[in-house]
Design a protein around this ligand. Structure first.
Ligand code: 2AM
Length: 548
């Protein structure tokens, strides 16, 4: 620590002999894998262009190893309400803190990923970009803030940024077609990111008809053979919009009867998300003075809360064209769901567990685009367009004898159905313990019969359930963890891996706190020492999360 802060000049980098590989550090902070994938793309392309790239996960980052004079590309996702990805929290905090090293001799560029349907769009990438500069770094390329449809703009940014970072003369740079750089001739290319058309062969509501929830078990058949997925991976579904909402938007825009436009809005454009950028694009397209006032008043953000595109065009009526709607909206993104099956048990199928999202805001019924498409408009025999989304940070232990503890309330249970299937099929000897929670035992016990069978055949060793609404006070999975603290800690001491899947905002945080507490109470540790125990599990990839 301290490093160059005392005014010392950073050691000059030795003049690179011609064609010597120029070191390049590619940092990524990733939650669902997109930033990680792009960091891999940067690494591959950089290598082809004569750099010597090193791709580093924020989760494994030791700040002392950052180059004092060198080049850094950072790719960072923003999660939830402006948070860093869970695995990046520690290193991100250190970088933002007082002990961060100076970066005076460093050239950097930041690519920010985010989702405009959340407030604080790309907050983490923006903060990193400012921080690198504040620490003395020199910005080699302007930051880009990308929404969910990042594929093309990210490829363009990477190309331009590597060019900017390349040592002079610029014509050293070998021209590479980026689209090809990640293409079929790469041996280490990910398997099958291309979309498949699959058939729905099972569509069942797992809740009882008297439940206030509706959770669809969906079995999808791959005619040409399922892609090589692993338990822990996700599958993206390309949805269609609610036809009734499409009609309401067309009506509000004065465009009823335009069949080609209707079709495009159904399957190609995101017609629900409303962000500050949407309002700005709306004003640019229509010149609407009142909508401009909303922006100028500084109250647009608060107004957006709970509202969608339809509210904007009903509140600020304007005659729109199809081009306007195209310019105002973004492409309709696919939605990822954790896979609930193992290929070893279901062959060329993929199973998913999807909760229909329905709620009411500002006097209007709203629905989750993909989940309600699946719940209401998809039946046996229907076709869906899907794409595999690998997640190598949510994996069964390599050793089949290692114990596993799984915490998955609600649809968070999905990947654990895959884990248990896999362990049954491979006759793994390790013990497995599931914590499941939902609202009511009689209506919401997802896959109840399967868990009973798994207990009988030994692929599941223990199950503890928390039904939150079967008694006056709430009981959650973390309460069960607290009740069984000693046993849980003894499993972990014996080398067990712990997995948490489901709600990111509250559940995952509360479960983590309960695990820290379990160490405190059973081992008599101070809060700080118990926290350090859990941090060690995380760094050792023995505490893994798949949260959304
Ligand atoms: P609730 O809706 O009754 O509050 C699956 O959605 C289950 O997770 C439900 O039983 C839900 O309870 C519960 N749940 C809600 N908030 C939670 C939290 N912070 N931690 C754990 N479980 C939670």
């Amino acid at each position: 620590a301290g490093l160059d802060a005392a005014g010392g000049q950073p050691a000059a980098a030795p003049a690179a002999p011609p064609k010597a590989a120029e070191p390049l550090t590619v940092l990524f902070a990733s939650e669902s894998g997109n930033s990680e994938k792009l960091a891999g793309d940067v690494g591959k392309l950089a290598r082809k262009q004569g750099f010597k790239p090193k791709v580093v996960d924020f989760a494994d980052l030791d700040l002392a190893t950052l180059p004092k004079a060198g080049k850094i590309v950072a790719i960072a996702a923003t999660w939830g309400e402006g948070e860093p990805p869970a695995r990046a929290v520690r290193a991100y905090g250190e970088l933002m803190g007082d002990a961060a090293p100076r970066l005076d001799g460093v050239e950097f560029a930041v690519l920010a990923l985010g989702d405009t349907s959340y407030a604080e769009f790309c907050a983490i990438g923006k903060a990193l970009d400012a921080r690198f500069e504040a620490l003395g770094g020199k910005r080699a390329a302007e930051r880009a803030d990308l929404d969910l449809d990042f594929d093309k703009p990210a490829a363009d940014w990477i190309k331009a940024t590597l060019k900017a970072l390349a040592p002079a003369p610029a014509d050293n740079v070998v021209a590479v077609d980026f689209a090809r750089a990640g293409g079929a001739e790469d041996e280490d290319a990910e398997p099958s990111r291309e979309p498949y058309l699959v058939e729905v062969v099972e569509h069942v509501n797992l809740n009882s008809s008297r439940s206030d929830k509706e959770t669809i078990h969906l079995a999808l058949a791959f005619e040409e053979g399922a892609p090589a997925y692993e338990p822990g991976d996700s599958l993206e579904i390309y949805p269609e919009n609610d036809p009734q909402l499409v009609d309401e938007i067309l009506k509000a825009a004065g465009l009823e009867g335009d069949e080609a436009l209707r079709k495009a809005l159904l399957s190609e454009r995101d017609i629900t998300t409303l962000s500050a950028a949407t309002i700005e694009r709306f004003v640019k397209a229509t010149g609407h003075a009142d909508a401009q006032k909303l922006i100028d008043s500084g109250e647009a953000r608060a107004w957006i809360e709970g509202r969608q595109l339809i509210d904007l065009i009903e509140t600020y009526p304007a005659k729109l064209t199809g081009e306007h709607l195209g310019a105002i909206t973004r492409p309709l993104p696919p939605r990822a769901y954790s896979i609930a099956s193992s290929r070893k048990e279901v062959g060329d199928e993929v199973h998913l567990t999807i909760a229909a999202v329905r709620y009411q805001t500002h006097g209007r019924a709203r629905s989750g685009v993909t989940s309600v498409h699946v719940a209401d408009r998809i039946r046996d025999g229907a076709k869906l367009r899907v794409r595999l989304k690998p997640n190598r940070h949510f994996r069964l232990p390599q050793d089949p004898a290692t114990d596993i503890i799984m915490v998955g309330p609600g649809t968070g249970v999905a990947p654990f159905r895959a884990f248990v299937q896999e362990r049954r099929a491979t006759e793994a000897s390790g013990r497995s313990w599931l914590f499941f929670g939902d609202r009511q035992f009689t209506h919401d016990f997802l896959y109840q019969l399967e868990w009973q069978e798994a207990l009988e055949d030994g692929s599941l060793t223990k199950i503890d359930v928390a039904f939150s609404r079967d008694q006056p006070e709430k009981i959650y999975v973390q309460d069960r963890i607290t009740q069984h603290a000693a046993e849980l800690v003894s499993w972990l001491d014996g080398g067990a891996h712990l997995y948490v899947c489901g709600d990111a905002k509250n559940m995952a945080r509360d479960v983590r706190a309960a695990v820290v507490k379990a160490y405190e109470t059973t081992k008599g540790l101070s809060p700080a020492d118990a926290e350090a125990q859990v941090a060690t599990l995380e760094r050792g990839h023995r505490y893994q999360q798949d949260v959304y």
